[in-house]
Design a protein around this ligand. Structure first.
Ligand SMILES: [Zn+2]
Ligand SMILES: [Zn+2]
Length: 281
């Protein structure tokens, strides 16, 4: 039997003799299947093909980057807490070296407290990571149907979940119904958000965005954008760390609030380009 990993999203699938016919995550309208069709790989085929590098973003928060990237290419964030290490958005890759790097970071904290992610696109090989690191894999119950490898390590949560001291999952919905951010009490007393695809950090760091599909450019409704802004608006935060290496390093709360207003302004025609002219034919 074999654990199959979708080549496009790098989400690990259940242990079966033959690969699944398709990846449900990539067949969904938020993702994509390559023109050549569905392709699969395995942990055995991938072993030794990636290098991991660890960077400290701020005290208690590290980023694990694989080269070359795999699947959607999320970068894994590692949060040090008094109850252990919280792993946010593991890749669809797990060799002894990568897992050993994480274990070395977790050991002085007493181990790994939990594996979790913002939503089903960025879970990679979460079940393998959870099993190897001896931790639960926390999945929002609204997104349970997207778990492609059911396992006893999977535990569900909803609304707000305290993962460890100073680290809580907050359900925002939007991109997925169970989409979430991880809110942290940072070393300097400011709050920090790890956002995944719940709030997207874009090249212009003065703005963030919110989408049903980032790859297919499908927007969210006014109701859902206001829901996301309202949910994170209940927390103090100054910095925001994205899934792909881009971050908002100060004033993040004002950036999110202004971005939600801009987004809703375009959705509702309240904002218009100043050079727009009326086209009557
Ligand atoms: Zn896939
Ligand atoms: Zn996504």
């Amino acid at each position: 039997m074999t654990l199959w990993i979708c080549e496009t999203c790098a989400v690990e699938h259940a242990d079966t003799a033959e690969p699944p016919e398709r990846c449900e995550i990539c067949s969904d309208d938020r993702q994509w299947v390559p023109p050549r069709g569905q392709c699969w790989t395995t942990h055995d085929a991938l072993r030794g093909t990636r290098q991991a590098a660890l960077t400290t973003l701020e005290p208690g928060l590290d980023r694990l980057v694989l080269t070359p990237e795999i699947g959607i290419g999320q970068q894994t964030l590692l949060v040090s807490t008094d109850a252990g290490l919280v792993v946010w958005e593991p890749p669809g890759y797990a060799d002894d070296e990568v897992l050993g790097t994480v274990q070395d970071l977790a050991r002085p904290l007493g181990g790994v407290a939990a594996i979790t992610a913002s939503h089903p696109h960025l879970v990679g090989a979460a079940v393998t990571w959870a099993r190897e690191l001896g931790a639960p894999y926390l999945v929002n119950r609204a997104d349970l149907r997207w778990v492609r490898r059911p396992d006893a390590v999977v535990e569900t949560w909803h609304d707000v979940e305290q993962v460890a001291p100073g680290a809580r999952l907050v359900q925002t919905g939007g991109h997925f119904p169970g989409s979430a951010v991880l809110h942290l009490d940072a070393h300097d007393g400011a709050g920090v958000l790890l956002v995944g695809d719940s709030i997207a950090v874009k090249p212009d760091r003065r703005w963030v965005s919110f989408m049903r599909s980032y790859v297919n450019d499908v927007p969210l409704s006014e109701r859902l954008v206001r829901q996301i802004a309202g949910r994170v608006g209940g927390y103090d935060y100054d910095r925001l760390y994205g899934a792909f290496g881009a971050d908002v390093t100060w004033g993040a709360r004002a950036v999110v609030e202004a971005s939600a207003e801009r987004y809703v302004g375009w959705l509702t025609d309240a904002l218009r380009d100043p050079d727009e002219v009326e086209l009557t034919w």
